[in-house]
Design a protein around this ligand. Structure first.
Ligand SMILES: CN1c2c(nc(N)[nH]c2=O)NC[C@@H]1CNc1ccc(C(=O)N[C@@H](CCC(=O)N[C@@H](CCC(=O)N[C@@H](CCC(=O)O)C(=O)O)C(=O)O)C(=O)O)cc1
Ligand SMILES: N[C@@H](CCS)C(=O)O
Ligand SMILES: [Zn+2]
Length: 765
């Protein structure tokens, strides 16, 4: 009996971001719906064929999405809020994209982070009297589409309990989980359709099972799977968990009448022994042994040794090999990368290579396939070379870190004293106005960078272009009367990649795109060695901008935790240690900016909340080192230098104490979208430092009026004292156009002035 390989999800965006191109062309009206649907179908077909060629037995379908799989689940169950005007029947593409991106008439659904990843999903919005119905048969359609191509697939559904746990309601005090009895019949209906169409297995994703669960949630799992397993006795359910171990939820799961259980053995390796000892003899175990969240080549021989006795004891037909989670979170194909250093490249595996690794391991464990054993030996040889490589260690960096003192993680004086000195230096008005850093990354900016990268635009011409953009941005900020200016980040491709490209210990890819949301992608850098900064990274552009104006220009850096969180991190050193190394490199940058006359420096940490471990028991350890790293990066400056930080996409309640301990002089946060609700965490904490609650929702194209901004400022002033407040947008403006940004920021400045005048506030206290 041979061991089979499963995949849980293939990246959707396409090797050359074909989905991005098709979506953006459709949205801009350059192509029609049919062209978009054709491109999507071509991508699905190519991905199924490729997985088949790689020897995957359980190939996923319905893992593809035009925008987001959680949104697809909402559409499948007909959970479409009334404002979108859907009246039943097929959900038009227009409605789907209105939910995803908003339209001139309606805002988009809220978007937030998918567990602890940098992928964003559209939050389901449910009401107490929510009715569900099967509004889309996408899982069935895609199963049949693959079947017509001669490919048997295993459809993927987002599980009903996780779906409800991710959902929100505008009605206070209502927990969407009470809607489970109404939701389950829709899941039952789609399962029946799949069974009739000939599906053998269905993969139902329940990543909520790796979270801390209360008894109600555990009962919900029992209710759901008791019912769903009875729907179509021949359709086997592979209950799929990932992003962590099951721990205290394990016994609940093992009592469910499911046919298969997928375990993330990368995040929860200890589960293997426990589950194989406790699981019913007929339960098929899908072993997630290849990291779907990282890019390192695997030690397959080690896995072979670990798995052999287990497989012998339980029987090969009771196991499937798989990645730990969907491969959505990794780039597609390493073979495309021609510029990576050969040794670093040999240490890596992207989605295609990972499926190849699983195939080789399955063959070795099954005793089939020629040459598979050689592949394992080759992997072992390469990994030994990686372990011995001098590229991964830097004595100076290690020595310097060993010598870090607690004084280096503390500013000289308390905030109140620092603030007095900063105010004497900067003379800012009350409610100072500023922005978060980036200005529109226009087509011209992206084109110039692309031609520069292709060698078609010289260094001198590219720099001249960027100087022109930066200077124009400074002039315009002066004109509209902003108090603290930014240089606009025109030279940056991405707030993490830009720094990764300049630091030692990082590698970066040309084609390693990973979907962040919708058509937007990022190329996470790869941290393979100790991190060091060979030379200043931002001083030239910041000082250039400062030289154009008498007003203060904020230096703009990405913080250590965000650099870590949005990169692929080496797996041979603790994340905390890697983060400390980045913090030291950034500390030097902060000090260099100060030495070059920059009086305000912002160190962005939008990913600090996302990095919070999924289990509460692990929170404090993480927050302690995360705060330490931020302080190490920012405490090397004099009291007169003002340190800002910025956070977005965050609920702050869970981390408010850590935010306090970060001790930034000023923090800007995203609050406009929640109409200042997110500010409550700061109010109840009595946050003592300065704070800029966002007053302009940058996710929507619409321009906020002066009155709207005034109302938000008044609300913020009810939460906090007016002399603590700054006025700024929710986040950077890189995804917006100048046509949208210009009037919005002018209104923001006008609103701040009016608020100051009406409240008789003068200089910041
Ligand atoms: C704040 N956010 C970020 C997150 N993660 C990051 N790593 N960075 C972030 O900023 N996570 C949370 C949020 C997510 N938000 C976003 C917002 C916007 C994007 C985005 O716009 N991504 C761009 C790609 C950005 C980039 O790398 N640009 C490069 C390459 C541009 C490009 O595609 N060039 C073309 C040629 C262009 C031409 O000729 O016109 C090419 O190379 O083929 C650059 O500007 O140089 C996107 O387009 O998806 C992401 C996350
Ligand atoms: N400085 C960055 C922060 C984004 S979270 C920007 O403005 O785009
Ligand atoms: Zn932001």
């Amino acid at each position: 009996m041979s061991i089979q390989v499963a995949n849980l999800g293939f990246p959707r965006i396409g090797l050359h971001r074909e989905l991005k191109t098709a979506l953006e062309s459709y949205w801009s009206g350059k192509s029609d719906a049919q062209a978009l649907l054709d491109s999507a179908a071509q991508l699905r077909a190519a991905h199924w064929q490729q997985q088949k060629a790689l020897g995957v037995t359980y190939i996923p379908s319905n893992d593809f999405s035009l925008y987001d799989h959680v949104l697809d689940a909402s559409v499948m169950v007909g959970a479409i809020p009334d404002i979108y005007g859907w009246e039943g029947g097929d959900v038009p593409l227009e409605t789907y994209f209105a939910l995803a991106r908003g339209s001139s008439a309606v805002p988009a659904l809220e978007m937030t982070k998918w567990f602890d990843t940098n992928y964003h999903y559209m939050v389901p919005e449910l009401t107490r009297d929510q009715a569900f119905c099967l509004a889309s048969t996408k899982p069935l359609d895609e199963f049949l589409e693959a079947k017509a191509l001669g490919i048997e697939t295993r459809p993927v559904l987002l599980g009903p309990v996780t779906y409800l746990k991710l959902a929100k309601s505008k009605e206070p005090g209502f927990d969407p989980l009470i809607l489970l009895p109404e939701l389950l019949p829709v899941y039952a209906e789609i399962l029946r359709h799949l069974a009739v169409a000939g599906a053998d297995w269905v993969q139902i994703d329940e990543p909520a099972l790796v979270l801390d669960l209360d008894d109600r949630s555990r009962t919900a799992f029992r209710t759901a799977y008791d019912q769903l397993t009875a729907v179509a006795p021949k359709l086997k359910i592979m209950l799929t968990t990932y992003f962590g171990g099951l721990d205290d939820n394990l016994s609940t799961i093992l009592r469910l009448p499911i046919a298969g259980l997928h375990l993330d053995l990368v995040r929860g390796p200890e589960q293997l022994e426990l589950v194989t000892a406790m699981a019913p003899a007929d339960l098929v175990l899908s072993l997630g042994i290849i990291d779907g969240r990282n890019v390192w080549r695997n030690d397959l021989e080690e896995w072979a040794q670990k798995l052999r006795p287990v497989i012998e004891a339980r029987g090969a037909d009771k196991f499937i090999l798989a990645p730990s989670c969907s491969l959505l979170h990794v780039p597609i194909d390493l073979d495309l990368e021609q510029d990576l250093e050969a040794d670093v490249k040999s240490w890596l595996a992207f989605a295609v290579q990972k499926l190849g690794e699983l195939g080789a391991l399955a063959q070795v464990l099954s005793g089939t396939g020629e040459g598979a054993q050689d592949k394992l030996a080759e992997a072992g040889r390469v990994l030994a070379l990686r372990r011995a490589s001098p590229k991964t260690r830097n004595r100076q960096v290690r020595d310097r870190l060993a010598d870090v003192t607690s004084a280096q993680r503390r500013r000289w004086s308390e905030f109140a004293d620092r603030w007095r000195l900063q105010q004497a230096q900067l003379s800012l008005p009350a409610l100072p106005t500023t922005t978060i850093g980036s200005f529109p990354q226009t087509e011209a900016v992206r084109k110039a960078r692309a031609s520069h990268a292709r060698g078609q635009l010289s260094d001198a011409d590219y720099e001249a272009f960027l100087r022109k953009e930066t200077e124009a941005a400074i002039r315009w900020q002066e004109e509209i009367g902003l108090d603290v200016l930014v240089h606009g980040e025109f030279e940056r491709n991405d707030m993490v990649q830009y720094f990764g490209e300049q630091l030692i210990g990082f590698a970066f890819t040309k084609h390693g795109w990973v979907q962040s949301y919708g058509s937007r992608c990022v190329r996470p850098p790869i941290i393979f060695g100790d991190v060091a900064r060979p030379q200043p990274m931002t001083v030239a552009w910041t000082t250039y901008a400062q030289a154009q104006t008498k007003r203060p220009v904020k230096g703009m850096l990405t913080g250590p935790i965000t650099m870590l969180q949005w990169s692929f991190v080496r797996d041979d050193l603790g994340r905390d240690e890697v983060c400390r190394q980045i913090a030291l490199a950034l500390r030097d940058e902060v000090c260099d900016l100060e030495a070059n006359g920059i009086g305000i420096i912002q160190v962005d940490e939008p990913a600090i909340r996302e990095g919070l471990p999924l289990r509460r028991a692990d929170w404090n350890a993480y927050l302690d080192w995360a705060v330490d790293c931020f302080r190490l990066a920012t405490s090397g400056v004099a009291d007169r230098t003002q340190i800002h930080t910025h956070m977005c996409y965050s609920e702050f309640n869970d981390i408010i104490d850590a935010i306090g301990r970060m001790d930034a002089d000023v923090i800007s946060i995203e609050t406009a979208r929640s109409k200042m609700e997110l500010l409550e965490a700061f109010t109840s904490y009595h946050y003592p430092n300065q704070i800029g609650p966002g007053v302009y929702d940058i996710h929507a194209p619409r321009c906020p009026s002066r009155e709207e901004i005034l109302a938000l400022l008044a609300k913020a002033a009810q939460h906090l004292s007016a002399d603590q407040l700054w006025v700024n947008p929710d986040c950077g403006l890189k995804t917006r156009s100048w046509e949208e940004v210009r009037p919005a920021l002018a209104n923001m400045v006008a609103a701040a002035r009016q608020f100051r005048a009406e409240s008789k506030l003068t200089a910041a206290q």
